[in-house]
Design a protein around this ligand. Structure first.
Ligand code: HPA
Length: 235
């Protein structure tokens, strides 16, 4: 038996999972960072793998784009596969002048324009926050590896192609460091089901300066994030 969206067997997943939106990136992580990794699910080409990192069993699973997609995978991982810790590794946009392309931004919390959390939290405003222990570990390993990170608030948007200057000014004013499309949902589900999660992102788009990183820079910046994520996950 498996779930509607994951065809791995019941015990195929580790309790520790790295999640990312893109199946190619998930494959890259499994092939380049895990030992003896095997593909465990492929429904809709949303791939998942399990292998070893420093002799600890970890899984990598694709969550697609946006809260609705990510929520399906996160819920199935938690409720059917007994997953206990999730590190999201992804890309994000930035609006502030002191955050640059390729910078690493860790989401301490995430606001959202999505109704997902309001719907689930009886119309109240849910404060979607990272797990403190995992956040501390992320900071610890980044420091140990001499990698500069920004830690602060995210804005999780339902819309990728936004050209709303008023929104960008608001995000700047409220000190939003990263803009993505999943973190607020992953954090609220983690609270609801009492698991731990943290999101670590690389700035791929500067929305106010109209800049994007190249494919080559994207993978270089990513290697550092993956190392921090894996160490955070297994410690
Ligand atoms: N907006 C939302 N999500 C993103 C972005 C963005 O600009 N860049 C990478 N993920």
């Amino acid at each position: 038996m498996n779930t509607p969206h994951i065809n791995a067997k019941k015990n195929d997943f580790s309790e520790l999972v790295i999640m990312s939106g893109d199946p190619n990136r998930v494959t890259y992580i499994a092939e380049n960072f895990l030992k003896n990794s095997i593909q465990i699910t492929n429904v809709r080409s949303m791939l998942g793998f399990t292998g070893y990192y420093q002799d600890v069993l970890v899984s990598v699973m694709c969550h697609g784009m946006g809260i609705p997609s990510a929520a399906i995978y996160v819920e199935e991982l938690i409720n059917f596969y007994n997953v206990k810790k999730i590190v999201r590794v992804g890309t994000c946009g930035a609006v502030r002048k002191d955050i640059f392309l390729k910078d690493i931004v860790v989401a301490m919390g995430a606001c959202t324009d999505s109704s997902f959390n309001r719907v689930r939290f009886n119309q109240y405003d849910f404060s979607a926050i990272a797990n403190f222990d995992m956040l501390m570990k992320t900071m610890h390993y980044a420091k140990k590896m001499n990698i500069c990170i920004h830690v602060g608030n995210f804005f999780t948007s339902d819309t990728f192609y936004v050209k709303d200057k008023i929104l960008f000014d608001l995000l700047k004013k409220y000190n939003i460091l990263g803009i993505d499309m999943e973190t607020a949902g992953i954090y609220s589900l983690s609270a609801e089901y009492n698991i731990q999660s943290v999101a670590i992102c690389c700035v791929s788009d500067h929305l106010t300066l109209n800049q994007k990183i190249s494919v080559k820079d994207r993978s270089y910046a990513f290697d550092n994030i993956i190392k921090i994520a894996l160490l955070t996950l297994i410690s």
